[in-house]
Design a protein around this ligand. Structure first.
Ligand code: FES
Length: 129
């Protein structure tokens, strides 16, 4: 059996939504202290819906594939739903990651939550997630 699913390879080779957003409504960053990989995510939010999302990931292939899949999962979704995104959901959407690479998908969950917190903070809303 191949180590990586076809979906992981596809999102690694052709990552969706790469880049940054000028005047983003929420920006979040997360880093993995062990490997030093970093993910930054930019959200455009309109009427509590994520209308656009871009990411920059300086990391391994699994982190890039997870980031790409996460952006696909949250684009067009209400903020309340985006807050429920877990690295498990992202990993499942990728048809799995090798056990020793699952930690790479945690980056994107943390970065997305940090971006929403940044959005809440800048709008004077209470973030209690
Ligand atoms: Fe660092 Fe994958 S090895 S996030």
């Amino acid at each position: 059996m191949a180590l990586y699913s076809e979906k992981v390879m596809d999102h690694f080779r052709n990552p969706r939504n790469v880049g940054s957003i000028e005047n983003a409504d929420g920006v979040g960053e997360a880093g993995n202290g062990k490997c030093g990989d970093i993910m930054k995510i930019y959200l455009k939010i309109d009427h509590a819906v994520v209308t656009d999302v871009k990411f920059e990931t300086f990391g391994c292939g699994s982190a890039i594939a997870s980031s790409s899949m996460a952006t696909e999962l949250i684009k067009g979704k209400p903020v309340s739903e985006v807050l429920k995104l877990t690295n498990k959901a992202v990993t499942e959407a990728l048809d799995g990651l090798p056990a020793h690479k699952v930690h790479c998908s945690v980056l994107e969950e943390e970065a997305v939550k940090a971006a929403i917190k940044n959005y809440y903070d800048s709008h004077g809303m209470v973030y209690d997630c």
